[in-house]
Design a protein around this ligand. Sequence first.
Ligand code: F6P
Length: 546
Amino acid sequence: MNCRSELSSWQMLEKSAENLKQKHLKTLFSNDEKRFDKFSTQIPGMLFDYSKQLIDESTFAQLIKLAEQCDIASWREKMFSGDKINITENRAVLHTALRNRSNSVVEVDGEDVMPLVNAELEKIKSFTDKVRSGEWLGFTDKSVKDVVAIGVGGSNLGPQMATEALKAYADDTLNVHYVSNVDGVQLHQALAGLNPETTLFVISSKTFTTSETMTNARSSVAWFLESDATEADIAKHFVAVSTNLEKTRAFGIADENVFTMWDWVGGRFSLWSAIGLPIALYLGYEQFEAVLEGAFEIDEHFKTAKFEDNIPLIMALLSVWNTSFLGHTAQAILPYDQALHMLPAYLQQGEMESNGKHVSFDGRQVPYTTVPLIWGMTGINGQHAFYQYLHQGNTIVPADFIASLKPQHNVGQHHDILLSNFFAQTEAMMAGVDADQVRADLTAKGKTEAEIEQLIAHKIHQGNRPTTSMILDVVDAKAVGRLIALYEHKIFCQGIILEICSFDQWGVELGKGLASAIEAELTQENVEHQHDSSTSGLIAYYKQNR
Ligand code: F6P
């Protein structure tokens, strides 16, 4: 296989990068009044504007050529049709089957998985209806009031992010509390004030071996049994989501209380499976189904839109352009919608756990920077925290700005004020202010020549900082499904273009293994392993002083 950097499009793009690094976005805008029309597109529920990215028409054409030379279309076909594209774990990658609303056949190893998917959705629906209607009774015949959802990483971030995003659509049937950290403080705080008689635990772990989740699950059982409940009552208060029936059984969860997922559902792409159960419990099954429908719309867009209009592909190409060609090694995610406040955290896992790697499909070290560091927070709060760095720091951080036409709640003029900030920030990052503008401004304010000389260098803003703007109609269940699916397919395309296997996480597994060996040193007598002097010193300090 050709290394990506040997492709003709890659080499052309390297030349374009040298050329465009000398250009300013402001000039590109003033030279072409149709720039916004050329570099923006709309799909139902969203406007996508990438005209403030440092590209021109020929670069964009080369990026599309790169996608063609990387064979995106056939990789996409392989993913949707259940080929084992997770090559290091020999697994299919079929989160798209979980939201395949057309119900068309999707085969893994010759078996159509859709009947399994549909049966599980039916089980989620019936369980959700029972719990929400009050029919599901706890050990003292009371209905459920609180759900404690235990899980970490992909078994937590998706449901929690969606729950936060869709709070506006919740009624007061149930409260949901998420526990992901093995720091007992989080579990303690979640359980404070809860009544074991009316609490339902959902233990979500694909493997059912993740130490943090198992520890939280065991402590929850202990808390539950401190009440008048007996072991036999666990069946009424604990359900699990997992692929590992052996482990859920060994834990003491009745088989009928286990919601299944499959090895072809990657943890960080699992929101659409029974891992999304807490969303359905909190909002009702219909809302969960609307999340799936939104994602399905994007699957169809991704499969059918031509490359030039294909939003997830364009997102991936821009990321590769900014990172591997222009050398920007970070990217900010900046939602101007309170509902999306957990989106940056969610996408950190999505992109960095998927593509934060440096070897190609066949194990060669790749000669380019792969993905950027993903970080961010809601835009307004970010403006008063780290935007100074985005505006005038000496590294450039491309950013995704995400807002909605309509807020979930209209309060006075708030939404116009919020959106004014969104527009102003992207404009400032693109255009900046030059010395002449600063001078004119300070002169108009009556500053002396000496004062102007002192201030001018500090106030110049070079601009030319690339941003993408996405404007959703409103954050509702479909919009959440659409947005997440867009980023998922971006991550997929990014992996193919960079020749990265996006669906494993061997680095994370290494840390897990080391932690469990050290855990034995902290919790058992006479267990000591060989470490470097720093790690040994830290462990000894902790053991002597804890
Ligand atoms: O964070 C690492 C990871 O392996 C993720 O990929 C996964 O979502 C998470 O751990 C939790 O794993 P599990 O669902 O098996 O508990």
